[in-house]
Design a protein around this ligand. Structure first.
Ligand code: CO
Length: 133
């Protein structure tokens, strides 16, 4: 059902400075950049082979990511696993008793997705994503 790691997301204070640091130090190419008004975040991608590093910064002081940043500081936010069919994955994980954050898939930057609660996954927030083609 899970086909690969689509991206690893890192919450940052300053998107420009972080993008420059990851580009310069790690030599990763700079990819797409997107403002997501619904999630109140701006995202920048750095392709790493077949996967992506995703840098996220809040665009408002009230967003979930802003609160996360204020409470925990910069660092890893979630791991995203790609699935072929997000609806099937959601139904299957519900049936297996997974602790879900979303009851139905949401529109993420790269496709439709839902999140598993870190309580059930050893403290790691996991996103399951059906990527847009
Ligand atoms: Co993500």
């Amino acid at each position: 059902m899970i086909t690969k790691i689509n991206h690893i997301a890192i919450v940052v204070n300053d998107l420009d400075a972080s993008l420059e640091a990851y580009h310069t130090m790690l030599g990763l190419p700079i990819g797409e950049r997107k403002v997501m008004p619904e999630q109140e975040v701006e995202i920048a991608f750095l392709p790493a082979g077949d996967s992506l590093i995703e840098l996220i910064t809040p665009t408002t002081a009230e967003s979930g990511v802003a609160k996360y940043l204020a409470k925990r500081g910069e660092g890893m936010h979630h791991i995203c696993l790609e699935v072929e069919d997000v609806d099937a994955a959601l139904a299957e994980m519900k049936a297996r008793g997974a602790q879900l954050i979303n009851d139905s898939p949401i529109q993420a930057a790269e496709g439709r997705a839902f999140f598993l609660h870190p309580k059930g996954t050893q403290g790691v927030l996991i996103e399951l994503l059906q990527a847009d083609k």
